[in-house]
Design a protein around this ligand. Structure first.
Ligand code: NAD
Ligand code: ZN
Length: 386
């Protein structure tokens, strides 16, 4: 079968690999019908996420049709249409029982992860050997672990484009609003008008936020967001000082600030050794901008991905202003039933951010246009069987 693989910095190659087989009784093999490229894949693409090896199969946002189920799988059968969660959970450890599936304690064997973070987070599909070295789903077929836990059945009445983002970024956007405790009447500011930031705006609106201000350094991304969500206010961070502009718009600052950007790429990163001794991403101007901009007593929610350390963190302002801050990989399985019901009722439509569908054979082109933030390109979905 064909699969997109990481072949070095800014290099993705579609190659032939063996079709995966069931190796554990809880496995499910699916025929992948749609698989998206994520902002998180760009961290791999840029070589800033440690633990990648040349030839690793990419892709953690995918869905398809069940081909085969292992003997221990109880809830699925051949022919079911399913979405896969990017975070692989066992469903039975203490973190899974708290619905913190992305922190599952049993699926990721990486000793490096434990050494760096003091703990192991869950294994992820297609996301480096730090998160288990599990094959990704930008491929014609995929092996899904603990099928009863990590696959969501979806109705035939919804299209692939309506549901494929339940695999990651719609739950991520929702998680951003959960961690930020977005409430009715709140003013919410969101850094990053990529797919995650735009969906976080949609989710904030769904929870009753009174005003939503979207911030990005790429003006045409803001134009795209406004064309889909006309209720937004926007700040072009390439032209304005964000703190000043935010305070012009909202005297006391936003109740909630959401970070949907992640790694900056202005320095050349990252060896494992650098990770161990204290990796610096770009000095966290943006995080500090969020800290000083947020309303006193407000909440900061970080879903943009980081690895390692960062210096010059404005702990003073953070402490003095009574702010709260949370961050995390989303526990997809905690939210996806509710979010599916919102899609079915027409209350949320994540397909609005999908601008491109390409055959899997054009994965390299898809990565390139998404990475370059080409005008008109927000979210790219690959179709392995077209
Ligand atoms: P993306 O790269 O398409 O979007 C990021 C946006 O941030 C871009 O539009 C970019 O122009 C903008 N940006 C860059 N610098 C900025 C600045 N200083 N101020 C404001 N905006 C700025 O990526 P995406 O797919 O939308 O993903 C966003 C982040 O979410 C990534 O870091 C990704 O890894 C992360 N993510 C996290 C989870 C999770 O579970 N926590 C899941 C999926 C994605
Ligand atoms: Zn993703």
């Amino acid at each position: 079968m064909l699969a997109a693989t990481w072949t070095g910095k800014k290099s993705v190659t579609v190659v032939k690999v063996p079709v995966p087989r069931i190796t554990d009784p809880h496995d499910v093999i699916i025929k992948v019908t749609a698989t998206a490229i994520c902002g998180s894949d760009l961290h791999l693409y840029h070589g800033v996420m440690p633990g990648m090896q040349k030839g690793d199969q990419l892709g953690h946002e995918f869905m398809g049709i069940v081909e085969e189920v292992g003997p221990a799988v109880k809830t699925l059968k051949r022919g079911d249409r399913v979405v896969e969660a990017f975070d692989i959970a066992c469903g039975s450890c203490s973190f899974c029982s708290e619905k913190l599936f992305s922190e599952c304690d049993t699926t990721n064997p990486s000793a490096d992860m434990e050494q760096m973070y003091g703990d192991r987070i869950a294994a992820f599909h297609g996301y480096s050997h730090l998160t288990g070295g599990v094959s990704g789903g930008q491929s014609e077929y995929a092996r899904c672990h603990h099928g009863d836990v990590n696959l969501l059945k979806v109705p035939d009445s919804l299209t692939d484009m309506q549901v494929v983002l339940l695999s990651d970024i719609l739950p991520t956007a929702w998680h951003a609003t959960e961690m930020g405790e977005v409430r009715k009447g709140d003013v919410v500011a969101i850094w990053g008008a990529g797919p995650v930031g735009i969906l976080a705006a949609m989710c904030s609106r769904h929870r009753g936020a009174a005003r939503i201000i979207l911030i990005d350094t790429v003006p045409h991304r803001l134009d795209f967001a406004l064309s889909k969500l006309p209720y937004l206010e926007v700040i072009d961070a390439s032209k304005h000082d964000v703190y000043t502009r935010l305070r012009e718009l909202v005297k006391e600052g936003p109740h909630v600030s959401i970070e949907a950007v992640g790694f900056h790429y202005t320095k050349s990163l990252v060896s494992k050794v650098e990770m161990m001794v204290g990796l610096q991403t770009d000095p966290p101007d943006m995080l500090n901008e969020m800290i000083v901009s947020t309303r006193k007593g407000g909440r900061i929610s970080i879903v943009g991905a980081y690895a390692g350390f960062t210096n010059h963190f404005h702990i003073g302002a953070f402490m003095e202003k009574n702010l709260g801050m949370r961050g995390g990989q989303t526990p997809v399985q905690k939210y996806w039933h509710y979010l599916l019901s919102c899609i079915e009722k027409g209350e949320l439509d994540p397909s609005q951010v999908i601008t491109h569908t390409l055959p899997l054979s054009q994965a390299a082109e898809g990565y390139k246009m998404f990475d370059n933030k080409e005008e008109g390109c927000i979210k790219v979905v690959l179709l392995p069987h077209e």
